[in-house]
Design a protein around this ligand. Structure first.
Ligand code: ADP
Ligand code: MG
Length: 233
């Protein structure tokens, strides 16, 4: 019953987004078609051909990124709800992100108190949330910097804050950050934070963003602390 309800929710969200996804994917396809036509017409202009091929490869990557991100919503994540130790979740996510961070000259620092209560989560989905957030942090620090992941405990909830020393964002971006397909990046999909919010809400948690342009951004996730077995309704 639990899983059927969750599947219905997911399908409803996907249904609402489907038309937009088709639209977003059509843009790069139109680009590719246009440049293929140019290639055909300008078959003797070799330097131009290389330029057109690069544009087409970028368009293919973009379409691929939109479809891949959209599928994060489709993936049932086996709906494996588990009693999970927050420190295990965080160390697994850090491991996933470490090499990309190192390549960008960014260090990921973890601040974890000694004792943390377990949470009742779908670990694969929750990892996806943290990966989406940390990826944004990495992308916000083109010159390198630091990501700090801090975990703390309030009476009824676990708080995970992810802070970066990146470019931050203005009010307009902040207001739209959870809107599907809202992006300020040339090759962004605008789905990362939308999906993160969907998943956190499915866990009966909350997600908030604070940012200071030029200084950095802090994303705070709160999750209910485990009091009982069984998936969240
Ligand atoms: P995408 O990363 O594909 O653009 P997201 O939904 O992940 O889509 O993020 C939406 C937008 O929010 C980004 O394009 C960026 O402008 C802004 N954003 C999100 N996280 C950060 C961050 N840590 N620092 C600065 N801007 C951010
Ligand atoms: Mg993103």
């Amino acid at each position: 019953m639990q899983q059927t309800v969750m599947k219905a929710d997911r399908l409803a969200i996907m249904g609402q987004l489907a038309a937009q996804v088709v639209h977003e994917v059509k843009n790069p396809l139109t680009t590719i078609k246009g440049f293929l036509q140019l290639l055909k017409e300008e078959s003797h202009n070799f330097p131009k051909q290389q330029e057109y091929l690069d544009i087409m490869l970028e368009a293919i990557d973009h379409a691929n990124a939109i479809i891949t991100d959209f599928l994060q919503l489709a993936r049932p994540g086996c709906s494996c709800w588990k009693r999970y130790a927050p420190e295990k979740l965080l160390s697994e996510v850090c491991l996933l992100m470490e090499s990309e961070a190192a390549l960008r000259d960014i260090t990921i620092r973890q601040v974890i108190p000694e004792v943390l209560p377990p949470v009742w989560i779908d670990p694969e989905q929750m990892k996806q949330v943290l990966v989406n957030i940390i990826k944004n942090s990495l992308e916000a620090m083109p010159e390198g910097g630091q990501v700090t992941i801090e975990t703390s405990c309030r009476t009824q909830e676990l708080l995970i804050t992810i802070s970066d020393t990146g470019m931050g964002m203005n009010e307009l971006v902040l207001e739209n950050i959870f809107e599907p397909f809202f992006t300020t990046k040339a090759s962004g999909t605008g789905l990362g934070m939308f999906i993160a919010k969907q998943i956190v809400h499915k866990h009966q948690g909350d997600i908030k963003v604070e940012s200071v342009p030029g200084k950095g951004t802090t994303v705070t996730i709160s999750l209910p602390i485990l009091h009982r077995e069984g998936g969240m309704p």
